[in-house]
Design a protein around this ligand. Structure first.
Ligand SMILES: O=P(O)(O)OC[C@H]1O[C@](O)(COP(=O)(O)O)[C@@H](O)[C@@H]1O
Length: 323
């Protein structure tokens, strides 16, 4: 894939972030999501690529845009599969909490797992523990392995877990081991990425979250040299047959990093919507200007770029708040 595509994708996440940030703290998660989706779709139209959505806002009959199978881009560039989460953390934006982002992953055609919108069990660790953990190991064993790999005492090890009743037992087991638990409300893409950035102090991500978010996270984790394993959790026969339609003969098979993202050439881009640990949120600075903070990375070179941009909304009226 062209390296220029990485920067083009940041233009897409920036536009979505600015539009959804206008909805921060207004208690309207659907409006925030729609604003991000529409902005993403509009900017994608200007990108030189022949893209196809493989993870998006739903099937054709469920979503008016960024639906699975939709073609994106001008059609005259590289053939790429696109996975989008126009707003990762719709509730976060509605409530004005931290860590909402707009996110995209892209890879050569056929390289991203076509994950249906269902739950997925996930385990993510950073580079030092990569190749040493297994999703089916008891959490106690994983903690010991990662503590050794990251050269930390178990007491200093931090496991990040989404605050949901389904995770109550694993939280207790981590705490009983003497390790630390960091609970988060929403946004498991950012939480997964945190394991790969030593400055966050996060060592392990474990738990059940959305499958689409899992594939997008995998593109980022691969670019950062970390490791991820996952398993889809179909709840009924209908969900099982959806997995099979999407090409998975065994819906409950263990998915390794290379099953989630087959290619060594994947791009991940994200822009902060609300303030966060990884990225600052959109800041409206007055005078019709907005500041954005984004991250973009490519698994081929493993270059990670943080991009701060100032936008003159008088020159980009599409990104202004609708009145
Ligand atoms: O809220 P649930 O059903 O536990 O789902 C977990 C999923 O929800 C999120 O926290 C937020 O998703 P939305 O942005 O779609 O609301 C994801 O990061 C996570 O994968």
């Amino acid at each position: 894939m062209d390296r220029e595509l990485a920067l083009e994708l940041v233009r897409v996440t920036e536009a979505a972030a600015i539009k959804s940030a206008h909805w921060m703290g207004r208690g309207k998660k659907n409006e925030a999501d729609d604003a991000a989706t529409t902005a993403m779709r509009n900017v994608f139209d200007t990108v030189s690529m022949n893209g196809t959505v493989v993870i998006g806002e739903g099937e054709l009959d469920e979503a008016p845009m960024l639906y699975i199978g939709e073609n994106l881009g001008t059609g005259d560039g590289p053939n790429v599969d696109i996975a989008v989460d126009p707003l990762e953390g719709t509730n976060i934006v509605a409530k004005g909490h931290n860590n909402a982002m707009t996110v995209i992953a892209a890879a050569e055609r056929g390289a991203l797992l076509h994950a249906p919108d269902m739950y997925m069990q996930k385990l993510v660790v950073g580079e030092k523990a990569a190749g040493r953990v297994h999703l089916d190991d008891p959490i106690e064993k994983t903690i010991e392995i990662v503590a050794e790999a990251n050269n930390k005492r178990i007491h200093d090890l931090t496991v990040i877990i989404q605050e949901r009743p389904r995770h109550d037992e694993i939280v207790k087991r981590v705490q009983n081991m003497g390790a630390r638990v960091k609970l988060f409300g929403d946004g498991d893409v950012g939480a997964s990425i945190a394991t790969c950035l030593p400055q966050t102090g996060i060592d392990i991500f474990i738990g059940i979250g959305g499958a689409p978010e899992g594939v997008i996270s995998a593109a980022a984790v691969k670019s950062l040299g970390g490791d991820m394993q996952a398993r889809l959790l179909p709840q009924n026969d209908e969900e099982r047959s959806r997995c099979m339609e999407m090409g998975l003969d065994d819906p409950e098979q263990l998915l390794t990093m290379n099953d989630l993202v087959k290619s060594d050439d994947a791009i991940f881009a994200a822009t902060g919507v609300t303030e966060g640990e990884l990225l600052n949120g959109v800041r409206f600075l007055g005078g019709d200007t907005a500041e954005t903070h984004s991250i973009v990375m490519r698994s081929k070179t493993r270059t990670v770029r943080f991009i701060q941009a100032n936008h003159h909304l008088d020159l980009k009226p599409d990104l202004r708040e609708e009145s």
